[in-house]
Design a protein around this ligand. Structure first.
Ligand code: 13P
Length: 340
């Protein structure tokens, strides 16, 4: 199959009504932090146990079209010997891979960060493809203050994201472009909107310069929210501001916008996505690519005990189902029905 039709096939499998992505690509230190919260040490075996539990959840493919894996998981197997990417694929869930190598301080720009991992990327992608990965993810991070992120960080991260996306498409791998404007801090929602608009504008300008085919990529942005220290905002307001920023910056040719949860609680992340989808008509499919907001309730149910696996899987399936409803703008109505 030629590269173009392969990319299109992956896009068709990923972008489906009422479905989103499960982000299970936490790096070593991040998964250790999540496990520490439930008193589980992070080892190759506990990570394998957790991630095979997630991927073998019965019925998960009804709401989840793709899973983002960490490099280690691509090579791991379930108890019965099935490679974990194959276990996902059997449920109709497309395996993907986080390919960035994390962030570091951006030189000459105090407080700003840049993501690394471009060196040797084409070669690494060829290997990941052989292990079953059909799409990739790269995360750029923007810290927010009155002065951050600076122009240099906005320009440099956009350029790196676009180079990554172009390399992926050339390799027949669908790129997920993830510019995350962090929730940390006490900034206002207006400041987050301003930063998000500048970031996305620059990202799409760079994607154009690097000739990235917009029809064959997905955007994974953060929502427009006030800083964590500022408390919470009503879903309708988050939805209005987020969609306004997207309308100003994201071309209609992009088939899907799959949000990260970024530290929102599971129910906030679901309610906010639902509120956005009730602002239809929208030019793109708005969906989820949640890590914490999908995994948290399941982690709490599991606590590292094999005997809790079924309970944890039910918690994951339930959150996935609710987010599937939010993709269709049907979550709030269902909640109201349930509470009479
Ligand atoms: P969260 O939904 O927990 O933000 O994770 C999504 C992700 O992939 C971050 O890179």
């Amino acid at each position: 199959m030629d590269t173009k039709s392969e990319l299109q096939r992956t896009m068709d499998a990923l972008v489906q009504a009422g479905k989103g992505l499960l982000a299970a690509d936490e790096s070593g230190p991040t998964i250790a932090k999540r496990f520490e919260h439930i008193g589980v040490p992070s080892s190759e075996e506990t990570r394998r146990a957790w991630r095979s539990l997630l991927l073998s959840t019965p019925g998960l493919g009804e709401f989840i079209s793709g899973v983002i894996l960490y490099e280690e998981t691509l090579g791991q197997r379930a108890d019965d010997g099935t490679p974990l990417p194959e276990m996902a694929a059997r449920q109709g869930i497309v395996p993907g891979i986080k390919v960035d190598k994390g962030k570091l301080a951006l030189a000459h720009a105090p407080g700003d960060e840049i993501t690394e991992g471009l060196d040797g990327l084409a070669k690494r992608l060829a290997g990941y493809r052989q292990q079953g990965a059909r799409f990739a993810k790269w995360r750029a991070v923007y810290n927010v203050s009155d002065t951050l992120p600076g122009r240099l960080a906005i320009a440099a991260n956009a350029d790196v994201l676009a180079r990554y996306a172009a390399i992926c498409q050339e390799a027949g791998v669908v790129p997920i472009v993830e510019p995350e404007v962090l929730m940390d801090g006490a900034h206002t929602m207006a400041r987050c909107a301003e930063v998000s608009e500048a970031v996305l504008h620059e990202v799409f300008h760079a994607l154009h310069r690097h000739a990235v085919v917009l029809e064959h990529m997905l955007l994974k942005p953060s929502m427009v929210l006030p800083g964590k220290a500022c408390g919470r905002t009503a879903a309708a307001e988050v939805a209005m501001h987020t969609v306004q920023v997207l309308r100003r910056t994201v071309p209609a040719a992009v088939p899907g916008v799959f949000f990260l949860s970024g530290g929102q609680t599971p129910s906030e992340a679901t309610a906010n996505l639902d509120a956005m989808n009730r602002l239809a008509p929208l030019p793109w499919r708005l969906s989820f690519s949640y890590g914490r907001a999908l995994q948290e309730p399941a982690l709490l149910a599991w606590r590292g005990e094999a005997g809790n696996a079924a309970l944890a899987q039910r918690a994951l399936l339930q959150r996935s189902r609710l987010n599937g409803m939010a993709c269709l703008g049907q979550y709030q109505a269902a909640l109201e029905d349930a509470t009479g």
